[in-house]
Design a protein around this ligand. Structure first.
Ligand code: HMG
Length: 412
């Protein structure tokens, strides 16, 4: 039985800031952000948006594009680290806004940026466990990445959501069953319950990410070893490699490490051999760089980051990738990581438009003052701006309850 992603849809809020403007305001050379981190723009949500409206908008876009009756959804999972309540899950608000039936398993998952992959794997296992019974799951990864204004993390902020339909007729990505995982308790990035912005040990978080990549990829590669010819690198069998991307330079570092691990395991490389650097740079351009265009313009979307890369990649070059395999690496601080693979089915181009290019083309750029005003305002709720692109609005808290509405319904 083939199980995987039937279709993806993306939502990215409409406000964006150019990182060259941020660099000027912070007195930093622009190349430090554009080349050093690889980021060009970052997304900022409107005050009437929160993680519920981001997730529900992506979900609504997906159900409409795939022409799916909400009653067909038997499992709804929302992965996020921007939860709105310690008890009530984001997923139950989304369930209501999307009009999904009551015969549905609904919950929220958390493990930093890894939760999107936790949701995908859980949904795929649930579909497989149904045997011949038709099962379809809707999973949504949604987050708003916030760091202190003026901190080193500030240029890596972002916001967005990716919705995925998981079932037994995967037209976007067939998930292969084996994967390599890695977990361990580290304090690289966390957000205590009373804080809006994350606390991060930035340089250490990069090390933890690379350690987890070594653990997860090493486990996966050992499983794949029997099918590899002597001296063959696993990367030679993959058409693209997608990485969790807090900022594009992280994918450069990850790819360099993966090639080293792969070559060592294949017996192709020993310490002091200089051919690795050139080979890693060349294979980065071919295998990894094509997946990074959208993320360089959106910023970190935490749980959604890897899947934003996937959606944008399939949208840009799905037809050319049909019949080929992708490698995906998911990392969540704290930490848990997974390396897995999937095959792009023939005919993918019929479902490949996830809305990424259109959303990015329609965004409105604000200046640094405008960005800081939006950050200070936070999630106040209320009327959407005139050119609002979301499908739902956070109206505010009434009688200690969060209230959501369609954009036109508030004025009525
Ligand atoms: P920083 O202070 O910008 O670091 O913080 P830097 O001074 O090392 O500079 C960054 C790069 O810019 C360096 O390149 C410099 O050489 C270069 P590298 O050596 O790394 O290749 N540079 C320049 N390049 C060109 N022209 C110049 C110039 N000046 C310097 N003039 C840091 C960087 C990543 C620490 C910071 O942005 C941060 O704290 N970010 C947030 C944490 C993060 O994203 N961590 C990533 C791994 S953990 C993860 O991915 C999980 C996460 O998504 C959360 C979750 O799981 O929920 C974050």
């Amino acid at each position: 039985m083939s199980v995987g992603i039937e279709r993806l849809a993306v939502y990215v809020p409409q406000y964006a800031l150019r990182l060259t403007d941020l660099a000027a305001a912070r007195g930093v050379p622009p190349e430090k952000l554009t080349t050093g981190l690889g980021v060009r723009e970052m997304t900022i949500p409107a005050p009437c948006e929160d993680v519920v409206t981001l997730a529900a908008t992506a979900g609504a876009r997906l159900l409409r594009a795939a022409d799916v009756d909400p009653d067909e959804i038997g499992m709804l999972l929302v992965a996020t680290e921007t939860g709105v309540d310690h008890s009530k899950p984001v997923s139950i608000f989304v369930h209501d806004l999307l009009g999904i039936g009551s015969r549905c398993r609904v919950y929220e998952l958390k493990h930093a940026c890894y939760a999107g992959t936790a949701a995908l794997m859980t949904a795929a296992d649930w579909v497989r466990a149904g045997g011949g019974r038709p099962r379809r799951a809707l999973i949504i990864a949604a987050d708003i990445a916030r760091y202190q204004v003026g901190s080193a993390g500030e240029p890596t902020q972002g916001a967005g959501a990716v919705a995925m339909l998981v079932g037994a007729a995967p037209r976007a990505l067939v998930l292969e069953e084996q994967s390599g995982t890695h977990a361990g308790n580290v304090h690289d990035f966390w957000r205590p319950l009373d804080r809006r912005e994350a606390i991060v040990d930035g340089k250490y978080s990069v090390e933890c990410y690379l350690e987890a990549l070594a653990g997860a990829f090493g486990t996966y590669r050992a499983l794949e070893r029997p099918v590899l010819a002597a001296g063959e690198a696993l990367a030679d069998r993959l058409a693209r490699l997608l990485y969790h991307t807090p900022f594009p330079k992280m994918a450069v570092k990850a790819h360099r490490r993966l090639v080293e691990l792969d070559w060592r395991a294949a017996g192709r490389w020993r310490d002091g051999d200089t051919t690795l650097e050139d080979a890693a740079a060349t294979s980065y351009r071919e295998l990894a760089a094509p997946g990074l265009e959208a993320v360089a313009r959106v910023g970190n979307t935490y749980t959604a980051s890897l899947y934003l890369c996937l959606a944008a990649l399939l949208e840009a070059e799905g037809r050319a990738l049909a019949g080929r395999r992708l490698g995906l690496f998911s990392y969540g601080s704290g930490c848990c990581a997974e390396f897995f693979t999937g095959a792009v089915p023939r005919g993918v181009e019929t479902v490949a438009d996830a809305g990424v290019a259109a959303l990015l083309a329609g965004r409105r750029f604000v200046d640094v003052d405008g960005y800081e005003r939006l950050v200070r305002a936070g999630e106040t709720g209320g009327e959407p701006p005139a050119d609002f692109t979301g499908a739902f609005v956070f109206a505010g808290v009434r009688n200690q309850r969060r209230v959501y509405a369609r954009p036109g319904a508030l004025a009525a």
